[in-house]
Design a binder for this molecule. Structure first.
Ligand code: SAH
Length: 401
């Protein structure tokens, strides 16, 4: 790559150092923030209909002495009527209904709490999993879409000091069905009229893997859940790949794997800093894969899929919001081509105990303006659900009542 002149770093602004505030960040023996890629071993969640392929579902009902077409009926109940209640499945034979459902649709998510914003356009669900682990999902109504932010892991092992989820570490990977069931439960809540201003026959149109966890650290199960979201009804949720966003902190080999899946998924890279000096501290995984490698992988995702990728950038006052960083980000993106990327800055949402705050509005405007004047499409993202701790980076799944 040609060496280009990088923007000057001299803009006379203070530089806040991203050390963890209000909690103790776990460190490796070498003093670096620890990274946890492998989940601790433990009991596996029960196998569920949504973990199975269509062929496996048919084999399951045949094993139970029932004809194959019962599989399709059961799928319709779960994926189209959002029910796991045998009493609602009157087209199934009364004598085998309870055992069939007991075998194939074990309860995965037990609702602990449901919080709503005042306007009722955002709902945060707190779920307890079979082993007591807690996860959250956030349902948001927009003018033209209904988005569900799903969790892919209980906790997170990526240890980013500005994100509440990382503070408790990684409990475990979620199963494909535990991920899919968040969508089914949200659809059920909509059908029951829970989301203000939405007809009961509408359903979740968009998924963002921006809840708890690092989706690419739970690659196989996340992809299996995606395939079930994409499968046409009644075999799955019949969703569109373009409306599913996989967001990562930058696990480069997994980004290349995702690019090779042949799917039109939307891809987001949580960059947050264009220079390794700062990103090494903000995003511990930057010790493995540097800014340039993460950006190269994001560009490779675009090259393989034709899907414009998103760069996520939480604006933190005096930490990463300097004008020269906007210029450096624009330079690095433009070096890799044009039309392949857009940037989504988002004001930092405060996490418990943190002393960092979102950038000043004028600073945010300048950051956006510098990117735009360099030709980079940029949209300042709104933050939803702050008053119910449901906004980006605030999901900590505490049961404290
Ligand atoms: N692990 C994945 C997905 C979960 S986080 C990832 O990092 O992309 C979803 C988005 O919220 C990421 O872009 C993340 O960096 C951002 N985020 C985390 N903490 C935040 C905070 N306190 N304020 C604003 N955004 C935050």
């Amino acid at each position: 790559m040609p060496v280009e002149r990088l923007p000057s770093r001299d803009d006379n602004r203070p530089q806040v150092v991203p050390t963890a505030e209000g909690w103790t960040q776990p460190l490796d023996p070498d003093g670096r923030p620890s990274l946890q890629f492998d989940a601790p071993r433990g009991a596996k969640p029960p196998r569920h209909w949504a973990d199975l392929t269509v062929a496996e579902r048919e084999a399951t009902v045949v094993d139970m002495g029932l004809p194959k077409f019962r599989a399709r009926q059961l799928s319709t109940h779960y994926f189209s009527h959002y029910t796991s209640n045998p009493d609602e499945m009157t087209d199934l034979p009364a004598d085998s209904r309870a055992s069939l459902v007991g075998e194939t649709l074990p309860p995965l998510l037990t609702e602990v709490r449901r919080l709503r914003t005042d306007r009722g356009d955002t709902i945060k669900f707190l779920w307890r999993l079979f082993d007591g682990a807690l996860v959250e999902s956030v349902l948001m109504r927009y003018p033209n879409r209904i988005t569900l932010c799903v969790s892919s892991q209980a906790g997170c092992g990526m240890n980013c000091p500005f994100c509440a989820t990382g503070q408790a570490g990684l409990t475990r990977n979620m199963s494909a069905a535990e991920i899919v069931d968040q969508v089914v439960q949200a659809n059920r809540a909509i059908a029951e009229g829970e989301l203000a201003g939405v007809d009961g026959d509408r359903r979740v149109t968009n998924i963002v893997f921006m809840g708890m966890g690092e989706p690419l650290a739970n690659y196989a199960r996340v992809m299996q859940s995606v395939r079930t979201m994409l499968a046409p009804q009644p075999h799955g949720l019949g969703m569109s790949a373009r409306h599913i966003t996989v967001s990562t902190v930058g696990l480069v080999p997994a980004i290349h794997k995702l690019a090779a899946e042949g799917l039109q998924l939307t891809f987001a890279l949580s960059l947050h800093a264009p220079d390794d000096e700062l990103r090494d501290d903000m995003i511990p995984v930057n010790s493995r894969w540097k800014v340039d490698e993460a950006l190269d992988a994001a560009k490779a995702y675009f090259d393989a899929t034709g899907r414009r990728v998103s760069i996520e950038y939480a604006l933190i006052k005096d930490m990463n919001d300097h004008g020269w960083r906007a210029d450096l980000l624009a330079t690095k993106l433009n070096q890799r081509g044009s039309g392949w990327v857009h940037v989504n800055p988002i004001p930092l949402n405060p996490t418990p105990g943190s002393v960092w705050t979102a950038s000043e509005p004028a600073v945010m405007r300048e950051f956006v303006q510098r990117l735009e004047s360099a030709g980079i499409p940029t949209t300042l993202r709104d933050t939803r659900g702050k008053e119910i701790d449901g906004a980006c980076g605030q999901l900590a799944a505490a049961d404290g009542s």
